[in-house]
Design a protein around this ligand. Structure first.
Ligand code: HXC
Length: 269
């Protein structure tokens, strides 16, 4: 079988490239299975601290594979729990940066929103055009987009199916940065390398705490954050990070295998 994704490593960062360029990286089940297995393996790999997910120059991904879905019945979609596999991608704790060139439509835009943040090229285009196909988003798009950019703009995109340019996506908060097209992957790789250079435990808990803001009421979220913050005190990386600042030298965080990231901060806080 042809490889539907391509993985390269640079230091502690993995670059994962969707590799169905002739189909604009349409997300079929085989690609999803390969990507999810790879991401779960990277998540377990303590020599890797962050990943960048990208596509090809014309498309990050133009959506779920329409040809694969076209003939399916409601029973088949329910029975297969079609798209549930993507929940496993979203659940991976490895920091994920989407590096977006070209189209990120439908499921492609939804995968961007599953990543922790996105860096887009000036020519990137985002949208949820499912309504034009007689369906709606099925990989979390109505929920994640509304939380990210607000009800009004999310309604606009989901009901009209229009595409949004990178500058509008930046203003809306759908992407974190916009750079010239050719700088998208290098910029994302540099950001990922920076993340991967920090304490693995602190990074994982920081992304989990930010993600909690989508689920928890404010007071509960603040209690969660405080518990994580307290829990990090006394870890070797907290000692090293603060000592390095005081001594005016670069921090040398522990080799990743030395440190376990506490996953339930409230248990011992
Ligand atoms: C399958 C796709 C595809 C897709 C593109 N292709 N998008 N195949 N699924 N989502 C294929 C085309 O069939 C074509 O194959 C090749 O990729 C190149 O695409 P073109 O259309 O020829 O390119 P272009 O004219 O430049 O138009 C680009 C585009 C257009 C505007 C992005 O491809 C497009 O509108 N694609 C569909 C976008 C979309 O509706 N996405 C949402 C999907 S639904 P051939 O063999 O002809 O060369 C979804 C959520 C599902 O994601 C949830 C529902 C439950």
């Amino acid at each position: 079988m042809a490889d539907l994704i391509d993985i390269t490593r640079e230091g502690r960062v993995a670059l994962v490239r969707l590799n169905r360029p002739a189909q604009l990286n349409a997300l079929n089940l085989a690609l999803a299975e390969e990507l999810v297995a790879a991401t779960e393996a990277l998540d377990r790999d303590r020599t890797i601290g962050a990943m960048v997910l990208t596509g090809s120059p014309k498309a990050f991904a133009a959506g779920a594979d329409i040809a694969e879905m076209a003939g399916k019945s409601a029973e088949e979609m329910v029975e297969a729990d079609f798209f549930a596999i993507w929940d496993r991608f979203a659940a991976c704790r490895i920091p994920k940066i989407a590096a977006v060139n070209g189209y990120a439509l439908g499921g492609g835009c939804e995968v961007v929103m599953m990543c922790d943040f996105a860096i887009a090229g000036e020519g990137a285009r985002f949208g949820q055009p499912e309504v034009k196909l007689g369906v709606i988003a099925g990989m979390g798009g109505t929920q994640r987009m509304t939380r990210l950019i607000g009800r009004s703009l999310a309604m606009d995109l989901h009901l009209t199916g229009r595409t949004m340019r990178a500058d509008e996506a930046l203003r809306a908060g759908l992407v974190a940065r916009v750079v010239p097209d050719e700088e998208v992957v290098p910029t994302a790789m540099a950001a990922a390398a920076e993340i991967a250079s920090y304490s693995r435990g602190a990074v994982r808990l920081a992304r989990e705490a930010v993600a909690k803001a989508e689920e928890l009421p404010l007071a509960e979220g603040i209690r969660y954050e405080r518990a994580v913050f307290h829990r990090l005190f006394g870890t070797p990386d907290q000692r090293e990070g603060m000592a390095a600042f005081v001594e005016k030298r670069p921090a040398r965080f522990h080799a990743p295998a030395d440190e376990a990231a506490p996953s339930d901060p409230e248990a011992g806080a």
